[in-house]
Each structure stands twice: as C-alpha cells, then as structure tokens.
Design a protein around this ligand. Structure first.
Ligand SMILES: Nc1ncnc2c1ncn2[C@@H]1O[C@H](COP(=O)(O)OP(=O)(O)OP(=O)(O)O)[C@@H](O)[C@H]1O
Length: 253
C-alpha cells in the first residue's frame, strides 16, 4: 500500500534521507523507529505528499506521487501530529474538531449534516471521550487531545493512518490508555504507520519495524527480526538489551 523506492532528499545542501527503500504491504502495520533528527517525520511527510523527494519513487495506494493529484490520495490518509493540533482554535469544542475531520477542514463554518455529527459522537464514545464533547480544546490534557486527534482522523475512514510520535508528552497512564486504543483499531481494514523513538511503544498490533539512522534505513522487516539487541544498539548508538514481554520489546540500557 505504501512503497518508497530509493528515496533521497536534500534540503539546504544537507542529505536528510538517502537510499530509503521500504515496501509496506496491505495487512502490515509498521513502526518507524530512530533517534531524534534521524528523518522519521520527514518520511511520514513524504508518505502524505507534503514533501517531494529529490529523487526516488513514492507509491501510495497504487498511485505514484508526481503523477496524481496528491490531495485526492490524502483524503484516504489520516495524519496525527503535534503540528496539526497547533492549527486548531483552542476555543472550539471537541465535538466540532472531531466532526471537522470528515472532510479534513480545520474549522466548521456551516451546519454539519446530522450523520456526520452522529459519526463524531460514535467515535468519541468508542474512544471514551464523550464526556469532553462540549469542552473547548484548550482546556484538555495532552492525553485527551491525542484522543481527539485520533477520533478526528478516524472520521474520514482512512485507508492509511500515519502517526507521528502520538505518545510524546503523555504520562505512563495516558500513554498506555492511548496505546490500548490503537491496539483496538486492528480489526479495521487499514494500514497504520507509527513513528517513535521509544521502542516500548511498539505494541502487538504492529507487525513490522523499520530502523532509521542518519537518514538511512538500518534494517526493516517483521518486527521480531528487526527489534534485536544488536540492531537497537546500533540505532540508539549505545549498548542495549531487549526483553520481550507480552508481545512488547523493553529495553535495558
Ligand atoms: N527545512 C529543512 N532544512 C534543513 N534541514 C531540515 C529541514 N527540515 C528538517 N531538517 C533536518 O532533517 C533531519 C530530520 O528531521 P526529522 O524531523 O525528519 O527527524 P525526526 O527523526 O522526526 O526527529 P525527532 O524524533 O526529533 O522528531 C533533522 O536533522 C532536521 O534538522
């Protein structure tokens, strides 16, 4: 469903991504793991069509970027990132922000169809944030904001969901609640790509991992083959040991 072939990106004369090749097939959920500044967010922005590579080929849902109207493809891609939260008005009520995801608007200026409002209520119910529906976004905790963003992304019934460090800033409790919500989405016919620098966020729903270091793919494939002590020591530039517990890799430094 998502394929990056020989991607190279040069910005301000710096090589940001080099020789990146990844094939994410239907039925696979991927994690992209790497240190700060390794190029993870840049890769997501390419999958979204926000950034175009200096060279290489990107194919998403069967369409080659550069040969299609990316805005059309983007309708099928949910995107969660901190930068998106910052675009909303902090005064808008939660239900409106969730509902506005249906067509990808940032604000609602017209009366919404009742089925869109109903769908927004259903997603808020499912993610247990109904009690927040009338609260202004600005009054929500970080964890609640992430759930609002997830509900909003799901409104467009995406075929792909890209998540850029969704657990950043969450405490242990909020993180685990959020990850449990992600785990529950597995029955849906879509593909998730999750960017993080914390390997303990790799919950069982994720089937594959790509390790990125200095803008290059260090290793990519089924997660059990990739999340090894040896590869992770290389990606983090320090000696670490992996312990698997209930389908999750935990690191000892
Ligand atoms: N417009 C730009 N011009 C020059 N360099 C850039 C530009 N945008 C990003 N970079 C550089 O590209 C590299 C990769 O950035 P990116 O945000 O993709 O990293 P990341 O792995 O997502 O990091 P983090 O985990 O800290 O969010 C960084 O070194 C960053 O400084």
């Amino acid at each position: 469903m998502i394929s990056l072939e020989n991607i190279r990106l040069i910005r301000e004369e710096r090589v940001i991504l080099d020789d990146v090749t990844l094939h994410m097939k239907p039925g696979e959920h991927w994690v992209i793991l790497g240190r700060n500044g390794s190029g993870k967010s840049t890769m997501l922005e390419m999958m979204n069509g926000y950034l175009f590579p200096t060279s290489g080929k990107i194919t998403v849902l069967g369409h080659v970027y550069g040969q299609v109207d990316v805005r059309e493809i983007r309708r099928s891609i949910g995107y969660m990132s901190q930068s998106l939260i910052e675009k909303f008005s902090l005064r808008d009520p939660v239900w409106e922000i969730v509902a506005s995801g249906k067509h990808g608007f940032l604000r609602v200026y017209q009366k919404l169809p009742s089925d869109t409002i109903e769908q927004a209520m259903e997603w808020m119910e499912r993610l247990q944030i109904s009690y927040l529906k009338d609260q202004p976004l600005g009054t929500l905790s970080q964890g609640e904001r992430k759930k609002v963003l997830l509900a909003r992304s799901m409104m467009q019934e995406p075929r792909i969901l890209l998540m850029d460090e969704p657990c950043a800033g969450l405490d242990l409790y909020e993180r685990e609640k959020f990850l449990a919500d992600i785990q529950q989405l597995q029955d849906r016919d879509f593909q998730m790509v999750y960017v993080t620098h914390h390997s303990e966020e790799i919950i069982p729903v994720f089937t594959h991992a790509a390790l990125i270091r200095g803008g290059r793919i260090l290793a990519a494939g089924p997660k059990e083959e990739i999340l090894t002590s040896s590869y992770l020591s290389e990606v983090y530039d320090m000696n670490v040991t992996v312990d698997w517990d209930r389908g999750r890799p935990w690191l000892k430094v």
